[in-house]
Design a protein around this ligand. Structure first.
Ligand SMILES: Nc1ncnc2c1ncn2[C@@H]1O[C@H](COP(=O)(O)OP(=O)(O)OP(=O)(O)O)[C@@H](O)[C@H]1O
Ligand SMILES: O=P(O)(O)OC[C@H]1O[C@H](OP(=O)(O)OP(=O)(O)O)[C@H](O)[C@@H]1O
Ligand SMILES: [Mg+2]
Length: 283
């Protein structure tokens, strides 16, 4: 049984649960149960606050975890980063009241900065020889300058709208982050096999992203032109239709590529074009 730590609620919860569900790992969530076994796969999910995930994986209470890279950096826990998961993209940035003049990092000397990520900030300041005071606050960081708690803030930025709404401007980006899969060091062979199986499924989901299954009918004398426009996983499938002189062509194609060539396909006589989502693709 492989134990996976996932954020109990918050920004990464839904995407993490969706990832497991797309990999056909069935978890019956219930608000009050914090450890849930999958019904069809040797995995159990431990629901935690995101701050606690790196440590729980590092000490082996959970075997793997889904957490923001920013939390891994902040906690400094010794875990293996297995892969990026393609969601929870954000950055950790310094910001200050928008009307203040800013001419570079020296501005922060002697200033007070509010943050929930003191370790990442401390490391950045010391690397740049800036002597600033850090005020630790666990949430609503962006309000700090407005209410006189601090001169500047260091927090997560994604769209930037929280900064704008609080009259702040981003002046330095310190790190980029996204959700990652972390694993305890020296996972035993049996658990490693379960993790490999999960990764195989994630790869199949990833390979299918932005790909479409295309079916179309075309006159036989235009088939070679049409298949020259269409790549396939290996090569397109061509099958005769009941109506003589016509064939059906099936292939897998990048969604973007499809929109580029649709005009040419039609110009070559393609008809009845069907585009179908692909759930998983094993190449
Ligand atoms: N606006 C955002 N856009 C994208 N990703 C984000 C955003 N805000 C946070 N994240 C990512 O999601 C993680 C969890 O964010 P969230 O705001 O849910 O944390 P939290 O309030 O500390 O939650 P918890 O209650 O679990 O401690 C962050 O550490 C970061 O990696
Ligand atoms: O740049 P934006 O797109 O506005 O996102 C940034 C905000 O998102 C996060 O907070 P969240 O909304 O998760 O709430 P929280 O502070 O309660 O965790 C983060 O702490 C910022 O405040
Ligand atoms: Mg947290």
């Amino acid at each position: 049984m492989l134990r996976i730590a996932i954020q109990s609620k918050g920004r990464l919860h839904d995407d993490a649960m969706n990832l497991l569900s797309e990999a056909d790992v069935k978890i019956r969530e219930s608000k009050r149960t914090l450890l849930v076994k999958a019904t069809n796969f040797p995995v159990e999910v431990l629901f935690l606050r995101d701050d606690d995930i790196p440590q729980t994986v590092a000490n082996g209470v959970a075997d793997i975890g889904i957490v923001g890279l920013n939390e891994v950096e902040e906690t400094g826990c010794a875990v293996d980063i297995v892969r990026s998961l393609g969601f929870g993209a954000c950055r950790l940035s310094l910001a200050l009241p928008k009307d203040l003049k800013y001419e570079g990092l020296q501005w922060f000397n002697g200033k007070k900065i509010a943050t929930s990520y003191p370790a990442v900030l401390r490391k950045f300041l010391s690397k740049n020889n800036i002597d600033a005071k850090i005020h630790i606050i666990s949430g609503s960081v962006e309000i700090s300058t407005g209410v006189g708690i601090a001169d500047a803030i260091f927090d997560i930025v994604s769209s930037g709208s929280t900064l704008v709404n609080n009259n702040l401007k981003e002046v330095e980006t310190v790190m980029q982050s996204e959700a990652v899969f972390v694993a305890t060091k020296n996972l035993d062979t049996e658990k490693k096999q379960i993790l490999d199986e999960l990764q195989f499924r994630f790869d199949a989901i990833k390979s299918a992203e932005n790909k479409k299954y295309v079916l179309l009918n075309a006159p036989d004398d235009k088939i070679s032109e049409i298949i020259s426009l269409l790549p396939g996983v290996k090569s397109p499938t061509v099958m005769p239709l009941a109506e003589k002189g016509w064939s059906s062509v099936h292939t897998v194609i990048d969604e973007v590529k499809f929109w580029e060539i649709i005009g040419q396909l039609k110009a070559h006589g393609a008809q009845g074009i069907l585009i179908i989502d692909i759930e998983k693709l094993i190449v």
